[in-house]
Design a protein around this ligand. Structure first.
Ligand SMILES: [Zn+2]
Length: 509
């Protein structure tokens, strides 16, 4: 074991030169430290060191499912703690909870970016957002390939059933035989309708031949505007002690900047409206799980992945309602489960810090499809039993505010960084950055979680995570590498209708 000075690695590029003592990490053997190569090795070692022996064993004992069908179901804006198997109310998501009880579940999974199109791109490419180049909903995919292309090359029939224009990225189309989505100006499609079409497509595909299939279905319901089934709203309002309350229409819509402060009743209403959408979504998806259940007792193998693109903040911080402008756990934590018809991993809850960008490589390995993971992605089937020290980064690229943000996770600590301007110079207007949190304090979503900023008293830990981020970013593309497309007209209006407006978020608290 060499002791590697992370600070020297970062400073070697001259980005964050510092005279302070360097932080050391116990790491296994590394290649000769040669600047960029050493930085990559450092990150690779942080990510992979604790895993290497596990992976070797894991690969040997993880059964694969070559030629299995693949069902990917994603729900927009679904918080990890909104589903029963993630700590939500019992009875809100009975369909998903039943599926989870037979699945390998990752309660600590996160999205690398809390924005729809970029998060879905990470899911399908196995890449960090700054490496696939789809930085917010206005961008297209800059770099693939996607898992779908690999599946198509392997002979899979591939179809996507999507609810809105947000997923209409030409870069995500290759490999799909059918890419069904509304275009700009058309209303979003409900999950119930998408499920019906998806099941019909499966039936037709299976009747037409023996090729395996991949089906991706994305449900939009929990995303604002909040307009769940009336009976679910009544139930949730009553459960919140607000039976019969009238809901101001503005509360259902994306919250504009400069809106009057929320009061406690409004926050309670918001939580109830959101909960009603989640309950309605669970019921709409239920027919899919019958299909999954049927494969447990025979027929071709089936691998099912269920997850979300990001969570949602419901007015409990900064009076913010939405997901793009901050990087709190409410927005980053997502439900994630893997279900296999052969029962592998059944009933296991993994402690692994999983990331959405792990999914593509995991699926490819399980199906024996040629798609090499990149970007420090882990094979979740091979590594779920361990809890390695893992460096994870989540980002948001100022879609609504005036500065980029990063969240850096390592050893139970979370650093909130902010980047002001191209040179990364601190802003006197935001002395609240950087912030450091111990994620074990106050519970994961409790009132004090991410509430006690440790940065003032623990500058060494801030420096350590900052240097880890600097080392990590050596191996990635720079956000500035990707050109923001011009957004105007109908796309601008459509994005604003979903709350993705300029100046609505981070800058205004
Ligand atoms: Zn989304």
């Amino acid at each position: 074991v060499h002791r590697v000075a992370a600070g020297r690695v970062a400073a070697g590029r001259g980005e964050r030169a510092s005279n302070s003592s360097s932080v050391t990490l116990d790491l296994p053997d590394l290649p000769a430290p040669a600047r960029r190569g050493a930085a990559r090795a450092l990150v690779g070692a942080i990510v992979g060191a604790a895993l290497s022996s596990v992976l070797a064993l894991g690969c040997a004992r993880t059964p694969t499912l070559p030629g299995a069908d693949l069902l990917l179901v994603t729900v927009d804006t679904l918080r990890a703690d909104a589903v029963g198997f993630g700590g939500g109310a019992t009875g809100d998501t009975p369909g998903l909870d039943a599926l989870a009880s037979e699945s390998l579940v990752f309660p600590r999974a996160r999205t690398p970016i809390p924005i729809t199109s970029p998060a879905l791109a990470s899911l399908l490419t196995g890449r960090w957002p700054r490496n696939h180049g789809l930085l917010d909903n206005a961008f297209d995919l800059g770099r693939g390939p996607t898992l779908v292309e690999a599946l198509a090359d392997a002979g899979y029939g591939c179809a996507a059933f999507l609810p809105s224009f947000l997923a209409d990225k030409p870069g995500l189309h290759p490999g799909f035989d059918l890419y069904s989505h509304p275009t700009l100006g058309q209303p979003p499609r409900r999950a119930q309708e998408l499920v019906g079409e998806a099941l019909a497509w499966i039936e037709a595909t299976e009747a037409a031949g023996d090729d395996p299939w991949f089906l991706w279905l994305h449900a939009l319901e929990p995303h604002a505007p909040y307009a769940g089934p009336a009976e679910e709203e009544q139930f949730c309002l009553a459960a919140a002690g607000l039976a019969g309350a009238s809901v101001p229409p503005s509360l259902r819509l994306p919250r504009p900047s400069g809106a009057a402060p929320l009061d406690d009743v409004q926050r309670t209403l918001l939580a109830a409206l959101y909960r009603a959408e989640v309950r309605g979504t669970d019921r709409a998806l239920a027919p899919l799980w019958e299909k999954v259940q049927a494969r447990r007792s025979g027929g071709r193998a089936l691998l099912t992945v269920f997850t979300a693109d990001h969570g949602e903040l419901l007015g409990t911080r900064h009076d913010y309602v939405g997901h793009t402008a901050w990087l709190y756990e409410e927005m980053l934590r997502v439900p994630l489960l893997l279900h296999r018809s052969d029962g592998f991993g059944r009933g296991v809850r993994s402690e692994l810090d999983a990331s959405l960008h792990d999914v593509a490589g995991t699926v490819a390995a399980a199906l024996e499809v040629d798609f090499a993971p990149t970007d420090q992605a882990l094979d979740l089937f091979a590594s779920f039993a361990e809890r390695p020290r893992r460096l994870l980064v989540a980002e948001t690229f100022a879609p609504e505010g005036e500065f980029d943000q990063q969240a850096v996770f390592f050893d139970g600590r979370k650093l909130h960084r902010a980047v002001f301007g191209p040179d990364g110079a601190p802003s006197a207007a935001r002395p609240d950055y950087p912030r450091l949190y111990d994620l074990s304090v106050g519970g994961e979503y409790g009132p004090t979680a991410e509430g006690l900023d440790l940065a003032p008293g623990q500058p060494q830990d801030v420096e350590r995570l900052d240097r880890l981020f600097a080392a990590w970013s050596f191996g990635q593309s720079a956000p500035a590498e990707w050109t923001r497309p011009a957004v105007g007209g109908e796309l601008q209006r459509a994005l604003e209708a979903l709350g993705y407006s300029q100046g609505a978020g981070a800058g205004g608290q």
